[in-house]
Write a protein that binds this ligand. Structure first.
Ligand code: SAM
Length: 283
């Protein structure tokens, strides 16, 4: 779909784009093909697309994957998509499902087994982080995530310890996923051009989970508390939830200084700390 075609569709239908819904449509064919290539699709793949918009990515996904489930919140776009993909949606063995819903609500209200799925999407930037955390914490997370989002968020997803970008989002997502390749997408490839820089990131689900499911809840509490005041010593912050003797013992066992701040600890250290703290003697 070219920029001219996009403008034409929006103009004919009198659709004014909504900034709060992150409606910056990707019209650059090369970038769209790069995103799809990163997902390494075959006809055996099932793809979840969040925010199909006018469907340029959906079109490519349908050509390469076996099944596409697209979730779009804007009724005007859903109506367009229903007409545009009419023939595909009508056939009995259609490989496209279209849902008119808020993706975050859809994911929360209808938990599914996504373990066999790939998420490929140009995400609405305002809800990109909660959507990724929701899927990363789902009982059965997608096996691959290829998402376009704000460059600043992409950097946080890929960050390592002891950097400014490293934080809660990094750890909650990296617990389940390993960041792979990424590339920037120039603002001129979108209509309208967003005010922020964009990037496409690939995240691959870890073959072996670092923690058991019950431990993951403790990990989330630990990470959120440890980063609640970034510049403070994390031991002081964690005392709000765990007995000080227990914390002191765990820090000593892991050779973490009592003065350490959260941003210095690696993901593996947070996972090991979780295992030590996840016992019945919590406060
Ligand atoms: N995939 C299209 C593309 O690449 O051109 C559109 C991407 S645009 C960045 C984000 C899309 O997400 C818009 O179509 C917007 O209406 C939709 N959207 C915004 N918030 C949403 C939500 N909470 N759930 C589902 N879709 C949403």
């Amino acid at each position: 779909m070219t920029l001219t075609e996009m403008r034409q569709i929006l103009g004919t239908r009198g659709i004014q784009l909504t900034k709060s819904l992150g409606q910056n449509f990707l019209h650059d064919g090369n970038q769209l093909r790069r995103i799809v290539a990163a997902a390494e699709l075959t006809k055996a793949d099932k793809v979840l697309e969040i925010g199909p918009g006018l469907g340029p990515l959906t079109e490519l996904l349908l050509a390469q994957a076996g099944e596409v489930l697209a979730v779009e919140m804007d009724r005007r776009l859903v109506e367009f998509l229903r007409e545009h993909f009419n023939s595909k949606l009508k056939t009995q063995n259609s490989n496209l499902q279209l849902h008119h819903a808020d993706a975050l609500k859809f994911l929360r209200d209808e938990p599914r087994d996504w373990s066999d799925w790939k998420l490929v999407a140009n995400l609405p930037y305002s809800v990109a982080s909660p959507i990724l955390v929701e899927l990363a914490q789902a009982e059965h997370s997608p096996k691959l995530i290829v998402v376009t989002l704000q460059l600043e968020v992409a950097r946080r997803l890929m960050a390592g310890a002891d950097t400014d970008d490293y934080g809660v989002l990094t750890l909650l997502v990296q617990l389940r996923y390993q960041p792979r390749e990424w590339f920037k997408i120039p603002a001129t490839c979108f209509f309208p051009a967003p005010d922020v820089e964009s990037a496409c990131v690939t995240l691959e689900r870890r073959a072996q989970p670092l923690l058991r499911r019950a431990q993951e809840t403790v990990f989330t509490r630990l990470v959120k508390l440890a980063f609640s005041q970034r510049r403070k010593m994390m031991l002081k912050l964690l005392k709000q939830h765990w007995p000080v003797e227990k914390l002191a013992g765990a820090f000593a066992e892991l050779k973490i200084s009592p003065q350490e701040r959260a941003e210095k600890l690696t993901l593996e250290q947070f996972a090991r700390l979780t295992r030590l703290l996840n016992t019945s003697s919590e406060t």
